[in-house]
Design a protein around this ligand. Structure first.
Ligand code: GDP
Ligand code: MG
Ligand code: ZN
Length: 309
Protein backbone atom coordinates (compact mmCIF):
# COMPACT_ATOMS: atom_id res chain seq x y z
CA UNK A 1 0.00 0.00 0.00
CA UNK A 2 1.13 3.52 -0.71
CA UNK A 3 1.06 6.07 2.11
CA UNK A 4 2.52 9.36 3.32
CA UNK A 5 4.54 9.92 6.49
CA UNK A 6 2.78 12.52 8.62
CA UNK A 7 4.68 12.14 11.87
CA UNK A 8 7.83 10.47 13.12
CA UNK A 9 8.22 9.46 16.76
CA UNK A 10 11.27 7.38 17.54
CA UNK A 11 11.10 4.15 15.63
CA UNK A 12 7.36 4.46 14.87
CA UNK A 13 5.98 6.37 11.95
CA UNK A 14 2.44 7.61 11.42
CA UNK A 15 1.47 6.87 7.86
CA UNK A 16 -1.59 8.26 6.15
CA UNK A 17 -3.13 5.62 3.89
CA UNK A 18 -6.43 6.37 2.15
CA UNK A 19 -7.46 8.88 4.81
CA UNK A 20 -6.59 6.55 7.71
CA UNK A 21 -3.58 6.82 10.00
CA UNK A 22 -1.56 3.65 10.42
CA UNK A 23 1.44 3.17 12.69
CA UNK A 24 4.35 1.50 10.96
CA UNK A 25 7.93 0.60 11.63
CA UNK A 26 10.92 0.39 9.40
CA UNK A 27 11.53 -3.01 7.94
CA UNK A 28 14.20 -4.71 10.09
CA UNK A 29 16.84 -5.01 7.44
CA UNK A 30 16.20 -1.55 5.99
CA UNK A 31 19.61 -0.21 5.16
CA UNK A 32 20.21 2.99 7.14
CA UNK A 33 23.44 3.67 5.34
CA UNK A 34 21.80 4.17 1.99
CA UNK A 35 21.41 7.82 2.97
CA UNK A 36 24.01 10.10 4.50
CA UNK A 37 21.47 11.52 6.94
CA UNK A 38 20.75 10.88 10.60
CA UNK A 39 17.13 9.99 9.80
CA UNK A 40 16.13 7.58 7.07
CA UNK A 41 12.52 8.78 6.84
CA UNK A 42 11.00 12.24 7.14
CA UNK A 43 7.57 13.83 7.29
CA UNK A 44 6.23 14.13 3.77
CA UNK A 45 7.88 10.98 2.47
CA UNK A 46 5.77 8.78 0.24
CA UNK A 47 6.29 5.18 1.27
CA UNK A 48 5.16 1.66 0.50
CA UNK A 49 3.98 -0.22 3.57
CA UNK A 50 3.06 -3.85 4.02
CA UNK A 51 1.27 -5.85 6.72
CA UNK A 52 3.24 -8.61 8.44
CA UNK A 53 1.78 -11.92 9.69
CA UNK A 54 1.70 -10.35 13.15
CA UNK A 55 -0.65 -7.64 11.85
CA UNK A 56 1.98 -5.00 12.17
CA UNK A 57 2.88 -2.67 9.37
CA UNK A 58 6.35 -2.18 8.06
CA UNK A 59 7.77 0.38 5.68
CA UNK A 60 9.20 -1.40 2.69
CA UNK A 61 10.30 1.42 0.49
CA UNK A 62 10.65 5.21 0.29
CA UNK A 63 9.64 6.69 -3.03
CA UNK A 64 11.89 9.31 -4.62
CA UNK A 65 11.58 12.76 -2.99
CA UNK A 66 10.94 15.68 -5.31
CA UNK A 67 12.51 18.05 -2.78
CA UNK A 68 13.37 18.22 0.91
CA UNK A 69 14.44 20.57 3.65
CA UNK A 70 17.67 19.49 5.24
CA UNK A 71 19.48 20.75 8.28
CA UNK A 72 23.15 20.22 8.71
CA UNK A 73 24.65 20.03 12.14
CA UNK A 74 26.59 23.23 12.92
CA UNK A 75 29.46 21.07 14.21
CA UNK A 76 29.63 18.46 11.50
CA UNK A 77 28.65 19.26 7.93
CA UNK A 78 28.29 15.57 7.20
CA UNK A 79 25.64 15.10 9.86
CA UNK A 80 22.48 15.97 8.03
CA UNK A 81 18.88 15.63 9.08
CA UNK A 82 15.93 15.79 6.73
CA UNK A 83 13.22 17.94 8.29
CA UNK A 84 10.47 17.39 5.71
CA UNK A 85 10.09 16.34 2.10
CA UNK A 86 7.83 16.64 -0.95
CA UNK A 87 6.80 20.23 -0.29
CA UNK A 88 4.82 21.83 -3.11
CA UNK A 89 4.64 25.34 -1.71
CA UNK A 90 5.92 27.56 1.08
CA UNK A 91 3.44 30.14 2.26
CA UNK A 92 5.33 32.98 3.91
CA UNK A 93 2.99 34.93 6.17
CA UNK A 94 4.24 38.45 6.90
CA UNK A 95 2.81 41.56 8.55
CA UNK A 96 3.70 45.22 8.20
CA UNK A 97 3.12 45.78 11.91
CA UNK A 98 2.15 43.84 15.04
CA UNK A 99 4.69 42.28 14.55
CA UNK A 100 6.72 43.90 11.80
CA UNK A 101 8.34 41.51 9.33
CA UNK A 102 11.56 42.91 7.88
CA UNK A 103 12.42 42.71 4.20
CA UNK A 104 15.66 41.04 5.30
CA UNK A 105 13.64 38.18 6.75
CA UNK A 106 11.59 37.85 3.57
CA UNK A 107 14.65 37.85 1.30
CA UNK A 108 16.44 35.29 3.43
CA UNK A 109 13.39 33.07 3.47
CA UNK A 110 12.78 33.12 -0.27
CA UNK A 111 16.47 32.53 -1.00
CA UNK A 112 16.46 29.53 1.36
CA UNK A 113 13.26 28.21 -0.25
CA UNK A 114 14.90 28.55 -3.67
CA UNK A 115 17.89 26.57 -2.40
CA UNK A 116 15.49 23.77 -1.43
CA UNK A 117 13.57 24.06 -4.73
CA UNK A 118 10.34 25.13 -3.04
CA UNK A 119 8.09 27.75 -4.69
CA UNK A 120 6.92 30.59 -2.43
CA UNK A 121 3.82 32.73 -2.14
CA UNK A 122 3.81 35.75 0.16
CA UNK A 123 0.80 36.57 2.30
CA UNK A 124 0.61 40.04 3.83
CA UNK A 125 -1.78 39.39 6.71
CA UNK A 126 -3.53 41.78 9.12
CA UNK A 127 -4.20 44.08 6.19
CA UNK A 128 -7.11 45.47 8.24
CA UNK A 129 -4.54 47.12 10.54
CA UNK A 130 -2.71 49.02 7.78
CA UNK A 131 -2.42 52.72 8.52
CA UNK A 132 -2.18 55.50 5.96
CA UNK A 133 1.53 56.00 6.71
CA UNK A 134 2.21 52.29 6.09
CA UNK A 135 0.70 52.30 2.60
CA UNK A 136 4.03 53.11 1.02
CA UNK A 137 5.68 50.07 2.64
CA UNK A 138 2.82 47.88 1.54
CA UNK A 139 3.06 49.04 -2.06
CA UNK A 140 6.84 48.64 -2.06
CA UNK A 141 6.49 45.02 -0.93
CA UNK A 142 3.87 44.29 -3.55
CA UNK A 143 5.88 45.86 -6.36
CA UNK A 144 9.26 44.35 -5.45
CA UNK A 145 8.03 40.79 -4.96
CA UNK A 146 5.53 40.80 -7.82
CA UNK A 147 8.31 41.92 -10.11
CA UNK A 148 10.39 38.95 -8.96
CA UNK A 149 7.51 36.67 -9.94
CA UNK A 150 6.06 35.92 -6.50
CA UNK A 151 2.33 36.04 -5.85
CA UNK A 152 1.62 38.53 -3.09
CA UNK A 153 -1.78 38.14 -1.44
CA UNK A 154 -3.12 40.64 1.09
CA UNK A 155 -5.31 39.05 3.73
CA UNK A 156 -7.22 39.60 6.91
CA UNK A 157 -8.81 37.02 9.14
CA UNK A 158 -11.12 39.77 10.36
CA UNK A 159 -12.53 41.05 7.07
CA UNK A 160 -11.81 37.77 5.21
CA UNK A 161 -10.00 39.63 2.46
CA UNK A 162 -7.78 37.23 0.50
CA UNK A 163 -9.02 34.10 2.28
CA UNK A 164 -10.55 32.48 -0.81
CA UNK A 165 -7.41 33.22 -2.80
CA UNK A 166 -5.31 31.50 -0.12
CA UNK A 167 -7.69 28.55 -0.07
CA UNK A 168 -7.28 28.17 -3.83
CA UNK A 169 -3.50 28.48 -3.57
CA UNK A 170 -3.34 25.60 -1.05
CA UNK A 171 -5.74 23.22 -2.77
CA UNK A 172 -4.28 19.82 -3.64
CA UNK A 173 -0.85 20.76 -2.35
CA UNK A 174 1.42 20.10 0.60
CA UNK A 175 2.32 23.51 1.98
CA UNK A 176 4.84 24.67 4.53
CA UNK A 177 3.36 27.61 6.45
CA UNK A 178 6.00 29.95 7.84
CA UNK A 179 6.35 33.38 9.39
CA UNK A 180 7.17 35.12 12.64
CA UNK A 181 5.27 34.23 15.75
CA UNK A 182 2.11 36.34 16.00
CA UNK A 183 1.57 37.08 12.30
CA UNK A 184 -1.62 34.98 12.33
CA UNK A 185 -0.61 31.58 10.93
CA UNK A 186 -2.82 29.57 13.26
CA UNK A 187 -5.73 32.00 12.99
CA UNK A 188 -5.56 31.85 9.21
CA UNK A 189 -5.56 28.04 9.17
CA UNK A 190 -8.51 28.02 11.60
CA UNK A 191 -10.45 30.32 9.29
CA UNK A 192 -9.74 28.00 6.37
CA UNK A 193 -10.63 24.91 8.39
CA UNK A 194 -12.51 25.62 11.65
CA UNK A 195 -12.30 21.95 12.66
CA UNK A 196 -8.56 22.36 13.23
CA UNK A 197 -9.10 24.44 16.33
CA UNK A 198 -5.44 25.45 16.56
CA UNK A 199 -4.39 27.51 19.55
CA UNK A 200 -3.89 31.16 18.71
CA UNK A 201 -2.66 34.30 20.42
CA UNK A 202 -0.50 34.63 23.48
CA UNK A 203 -0.42 31.03 24.66
CA UNK A 204 0.98 29.65 21.43
CA UNK A 205 3.50 32.49 21.17
CA UNK A 206 4.85 31.68 24.61
CA UNK A 207 5.22 28.06 23.59
CA UNK A 208 7.02 28.97 20.40
CA UNK A 209 9.87 30.64 22.25
CA UNK A 210 11.00 27.66 24.28
CA UNK A 211 10.73 25.18 21.44
CA UNK A 212 14.00 25.72 19.59
CA UNK A 213 15.37 22.34 20.55
CA UNK A 214 12.87 20.24 18.63
CA UNK A 215 13.04 20.09 14.89
CA UNK A 216 10.40 17.47 14.33
CA UNK A 217 8.01 18.54 11.68
CA UNK A 218 4.43 17.33 11.61
CA UNK A 219 1.89 17.30 8.88
CA UNK A 220 -1.86 17.62 9.05
CA UNK A 221 -4.67 17.48 6.60
CA UNK A 222 -6.53 20.70 5.82
CA UNK A 223 -8.88 19.32 3.19
CA UNK A 224 -8.94 16.30 1.00
CA UNK A 225 -5.57 16.01 -0.72
CA UNK A 226 -4.42 19.25 0.93
CA UNK A 227 -1.79 19.19 3.65
CA UNK A 228 0.02 21.63 5.88
CA UNK A 229 3.53 21.10 7.19
CA UNK A 230 4.29 22.66 10.50
CA UNK A 231 7.93 22.81 11.48
CA UNK A 232 9.49 24.44 14.51
CA UNK A 233 12.80 24.40 12.62
CA UNK A 234 12.15 27.63 10.74
CA UNK A 235 15.39 29.20 11.94
CA UNK A 236 17.33 26.33 10.47
CA UNK A 237 15.33 26.56 7.30
CA UNK A 238 16.47 30.17 7.00
CA UNK A 239 20.15 29.26 7.32
CA UNK A 240 21.39 29.28 3.77
CA UNK A 241 23.59 26.20 3.77
CA UNK A 242 25.67 27.33 0.81
CA UNK A 243 28.95 29.10 0.06
CA UNK A 244 28.98 32.91 -0.44
CA UNK A 245 29.49 32.62 -4.21
CA UNK A 246 26.35 30.48 -4.51
CA UNK A 247 24.01 33.00 -2.87
CA UNK A 248 23.38 35.12 -5.96
CA UNK A 249 22.02 31.98 -7.63
CA UNK A 250 19.09 32.15 -5.19
CA UNK A 251 18.41 35.85 -5.79
CA UNK A 252 16.76 35.69 -9.19
CA UNK A 253 17.08 39.44 -9.79
CA UNK A 254 20.82 39.46 -8.98
CA UNK A 255 21.48 36.24 -10.86
CA UNK A 256 20.09 37.83 -14.02
CA UNK A 257 22.79 40.49 -14.10
CA UNK A 258 25.66 38.50 -12.58
CA UNK A 259 26.59 36.90 -15.90
CA UNK A 260 27.71 40.34 -17.14
CA UNK A 261 30.19 40.98 -14.32
CA UNK A 262 33.85 41.12 -15.30
CA UNK A 263 34.85 38.36 -12.89
CA UNK A 264 32.94 35.13 -12.94
CA UNK A 265 33.52 34.70 -9.19
CA UNK A 266 32.26 38.26 -8.52
CA UNK A 267 30.46 38.53 -5.16
CA UNK A 268 29.12 41.95 -6.24
CA UNK A 269 30.64 43.68 -3.22
CA UNK A 270 33.52 45.94 -4.29
CA UNK A 271 34.78 44.25 -7.44
CA UNK A 272 35.39 46.44 -10.50
CA UNK A 273 33.00 46.33 -13.47
CA UNK A 274 30.23 44.67 -11.52
CA UNK A 275 27.01 44.51 -13.56
CA UNK A 276 24.98 43.89 -10.40
CA UNK A 277 26.13 47.12 -8.75
CA UNK A 278 25.34 48.96 -11.99
CA UNK A 279 21.85 47.43 -12.03
CA UNK A 280 21.30 48.57 -8.43
CA UNK A 281 22.33 52.10 -9.39
CA UNK A 282 19.98 52.03 -12.38
CA UNK A 283 17.19 50.77 -10.08
CA UNK A 284 16.85 47.55 -12.07
CA UNK A 285 17.50 45.71 -8.80
CA UNK A 286 15.72 46.98 -5.68
CA UNK A 287 18.19 48.53 -3.21
CA UNK A 288 16.76 46.53 -0.32
CA UNK A 289 17.27 43.28 -2.20
CA UNK A 290 20.92 44.10 -2.82
CA UNK A 291 21.50 45.14 0.80
CA UNK A 292 19.92 41.96 2.07
CA UNK A 293 22.01 39.92 -0.33
CA UNK A 294 25.18 41.58 1.05
CA UNK A 295 24.09 40.82 4.63
CA UNK A 296 23.60 37.17 3.81
CA UNK A 297 27.03 36.70 2.22
CA UNK A 298 28.74 38.53 5.10
CA UNK A 299 26.86 36.31 7.51
CA UNK A 300 27.91 33.13 5.70
CA UNK A 301 31.53 34.30 5.59
CA UNK A 302 31.41 34.87 9.35
CA UNK A 303 30.04 31.40 10.00
CA UNK A 304 32.62 29.81 7.71
CA UNK A 305 35.43 31.74 9.41
CA UNK A 306 34.55 30.45 12.88
CA UNK A 307 34.02 26.93 11.57
CA UNK A 308 37.45 26.79 9.98
CA UNK A 309 39.29 28.12 13.03
N1 GDP B 1 -6.12 42.54 13.26
C1 GDP B 1 -5.83 41.28 12.92
N2 GDP B 1 -5.40 40.40 13.86
C2 GDP B 1 -5.14 39.14 13.47
C3 GDP B 1 -5.29 38.70 12.13
N3 GDP B 1 -4.93 37.39 12.07
C4 GDP B 1 -4.57 37.04 13.32
N4 GDP B 1 -4.68 38.07 14.18
C5 GDP B 1 -4.37 38.06 15.64
O1 GDP B 1 -2.95 37.96 15.80
C6 GDP B 1 -2.64 37.22 17.00
C7 GDP B 1 -1.66 36.10 16.69
O2 GDP B 1 -2.29 35.15 15.88
P1 GDP B 1 -1.81 33.63 15.77
O3 GDP B 1 -2.69 32.97 14.78
O4 GDP B 1 -1.70 33.00 17.11
O5 GDP B 1 -0.33 33.82 15.16
P2 GDP B 1 0.80 32.73 14.87
O6 GDP B 1 1.79 32.84 15.98
O7 GDP B 1 1.41 33.15 13.57
O8 GDP B 1 0.14 31.40 14.78
C8 GDP B 1 -3.97 36.74 17.55
O9 GDP B 1 -4.34 37.59 18.60
C9 GDP B 1 -4.93 36.86 16.37
O10 GDP B 1 -6.25 37.09 16.78
C10 GDP B 1 -5.75 39.66 11.16
O11 GDP B 1 -5.91 39.38 9.96
N5 GDP B 1 -6.01 40.93 11.61
MG1 MG C 1 0.48 29.64 15.86
ZN1 ZN D 1 29.32 41.54 -9.76
Amino acid sequence: MKGKIIQTTGSWYQVLVDGKIIAARLKGKFKLDQFDTTNPIAVGDDVIIEATERHEYVIQEILARHNYIIRQSPRNKHQRHIIASNIDLALLIVTISQPRTSLGFIDRFIAAAASFHIPVKIIINKIDLIKEKEMEQLEYMQIVYNRLGYDVICSSTITNEGIEQIRAALANKTTLVAGHSGVGKSTLLNVLQPELNLKTGKISEKWGKGMHTTTFATMFQLFENTFIIDTPGIKEFMMLQVEPEEVSGYFIDIKQFATNCQFNNCLHQNEPNCAVKDAVENKQIAATRYENYLHIIENIKDINYWERK
